[in-house]
Design a binder for this molecule. Structure first.
Ligand code: ATP
Ligand code: MG
Length: 573
């Protein structure tokens, strides 16, 4: 887990009810407010590239950027960094908008695109040419790479570096007019081929790409590089704190150089650690590969770490927010336990999810002394964490289903659930005692016969006798069938991207990440709406899948009740 960076406390004007945990970014913002660096403004942005669906890593960035805006009465823009026409699609734009909104990000109408600024970026490039700060280079991509040098050796100056302003202006104009094929020429910033930071060795500003853009169509056949566009987009929007992940630290001097060369407002970039989670891959490129090669059913497969995947699985925005609060921000990349994420989700669902009874692997129980044809409505609590959730009734009858694992013919020592001669409590029902079993030809128990004690209605014995186990059940006659999808980690290894030579991350896929079963659920779940979340008592949290219909319920298991994080914490104490 990444550690929280607790800087010195300083709190001038921060409204405290929204105050997040102390961290180094927050300290910078507080300091800037104190010194009035941006006239008291806090203006952040979340800048996704629309080349894939958002994942949990993005949720961290969204929580940081929109969170600070909320905390300091500032603003946060949503901006699509759509400088690469080849990989970007409207489908991604739409999904990203939906996901950011679902996570609680409010851009208050400030939805922008880097492509909105193509004209302005072009004009600044012309200005840089006129100022002798950019030139047209005819080297091929391979030649450029060769001449770039290494960390220990300086690069080589391009033979085109000293073209006249007039020639540069003419060539740039003709590049824009479509006179040259892809890759024939580039516009490069004239900085320093011997710079220690490779990003400053005359980086490319514009490349020729005869490709349609999802928003500007065929208007342009030259496109700005991300590095040339990013800082200026922030500048145009008056961003105060441009918060991004650590891999952009080496690019900051270049962003600074551009805004200074052009002479425009200078935002401040702050880098934080990228989220990585065990048993999970957070890389759009690899997630795309999983989708394209059909290792999963789509971007919103509930096993995917995408926002659309975990939403479908039943994760909550509040749970994710709590998770982000727990991991904090830091200046070094680390890896976070998946169990901490699951703990945060479970904790939120525990507060909000309605309890129901559902039997995942049914075993038939017949109560021999219960009157044939009798049905009783037993009162059950909807949420012990929330009295306002009220109660409901669950039908009880002679034939029930219980969980197969709640019966053992030969119970081991520590097993206290149902077994021959043993009495247990049926939740919200009665005490029952096993009197005999029926087996199939192979010797498997297929039916358990019990007697019940009518005096124990509701689950308590008037004579004060105790039972050691309470198990859940459904009435066979009233139960509804549901398809339940049980998920396990998509990858078998803690760090699935770490593979030996000749292998790929696909070799670490868990072949058993999905198990589909037919469960028996209490009848109150009939017609449960898509995305509604429940706790199946003793079994975990479950969410109604989008493929569910009134005739056929489909549930996803969000998370089990097994709390491995609490165990890890206990061990480390
Ligand atoms: P990927 O590596 O998955 O392709 P990306 O960085 O290319 O991600 P962008 O769309 O450029 O994706 O990201 C938008 C914002 O989200 C950026 O500011 C980026 O720093 C941030 N971000 C992306 N991945 C993570 C992560 N794992 N943890 C925290 N922030 C992230
Ligand atoms: Mg990126």
């Amino acid at each position: 887990m990444s550690t929280l960076n607790n800087g010195p406390e300083a709190a001038p004007s921060a409204p405290s009810e929204n105050a997040g945990p102390s961290n180094f970014i927050r300290d910078i913002i507080l300091d800037d407010l104190k010194t009035n660096k941006y006239g008291g403004r806090v203006h952040t942005r979340f800048p996704p590239e629309p080349n894939g669906y958002l994942h949990i890593g993005h949720a961290k960035s969204i929580n940081i950027n929109f969170g600070f805006a909320r905390e300091f009465n500032g603003k946060c823009n949503l901006r699509f960094d759509d400088t690469n026409p080849c990989k970007e699609e409207t489908e991604y734009v739409e999904s990203i908008i939906e996901d950011v909104r679902w996570l609680g990000g409010d851009w208050e109408g400030r939805l922008f695109y880097a492509s909105d600024y193509f004209q302005q970026l072009y004009e600044w490039a012309v200005q840089m040419i006129k100022d002798g700060k950019a030139y047209i280079c005819d080297l091929t991509a391979d030649e450029l790479r060769e001449q770039r040098g290494t960390l220990t050796e300086p690069g080589t100056e391009s033979p085109y570096r000293n073209r006249t302003v007039e020639e540069n202006l003419d060539l740039f104009e003709r590049m824009k007019a479509g006179e040259f094929p892809d890759g024939a020429r580039t516009l490069r910033a004239k900085i320093d081929m011997a710079a220690k930071n490779l990003n400053l060795r005359d980086p490319i500003m514009y490349r020729i790409l005869h490709a349609d853009h999802h928003r500007t169509g065929d208007k342009w056949c030259i496109y700005p590089m991300y590095d040339y566009a990013h800082g200026q987009c922030d500048s145009i929007e008056g961003i105060t704190h441009s918060i991004c992940t650590l891999e952009f630290e080496d690019h900051r001097p270049l962003y600074d150089w551009y805004v200074e060369a052009i002479g425009i407002y200078h935002p401040q970039q702050i880098e934080f650690d990228r989220l990585s989670i065990t048993y999970t891959l957070l890389s759009k490129r690899r997630l795309l590969q999983l989708v394209q090669e059909k290792h999963v059913t789509g971007w919103d497969d509930p096993r995917m770490p995408t926002i659309s995947g975990i939403r479908r699985r039943g994760y909550t925005p509040e749970g994710l927010k709590n998770f982000c609060g727990r991991i904090g921000v830091s200046k070094t990349n680390g890896i976070t336990e998946l169990s901490l994420l699951e703990y945060s989700i479970r904790e939120d669902l525990n507060k909000s999810a309605l309890r129901v009874m559902g039997v995942l692997r049914p075993l038939k129980v017949v109560i021999d002394n219960y009157p044939e044809g009798q049905v009783e409505q037993m009162e059950a609590v909807n949420n012990p964490e929330d009295a306002s959730a009220g109660t409901r009734t669950v039908p009880f009858s002679k034939v029930l289903y219980i969980e197969q694992e709640d019966f053992r013919e030969d119970p081991p020592k520590q097993y206290f659930r149902l077994s021959p001669g043993r009495e247990v409590r049926l939740r919200y029902g009665y005490f029952i005692k096993c009197v005999s079993v029926v087996k199939d030809g192979a010797g498997n128990v297929v039916e358990v016969h019990c007697t019940y004690d009518p005096a124990t209605r509701g689950g308590n014995a008037p004579d004060g006798r105790k039972v050691k186990a309470t198990i859940h059940w459904v009435s066979a006659e009233h139960a509804i069938d549901a398809e339940v999808r049980l998920y396990d980690n998509l990858f078998l290894k803690e760090n699935p991207g770490d593979v030996p030579e000749g292998k790929t991350f696909l070799d670490n896929l868990n072949p058993n990440s999905l198990e589909v079963i037919t469960a028996k659920l209490e009848p109150s779940l009939k017609g449960a709406p898509v995305l509604s979340r429940y706790q199946f008592e003793r079994m975990g949290y479950f969410c109604v899948d989008k493929e569910s219909t009134p005739d056929k319920l489909v549930f996803n298991r969000t998370v089990t009740l097994r709390d491995t994080w609490a165990k890890i914490e206990k061990k480390s104490k």
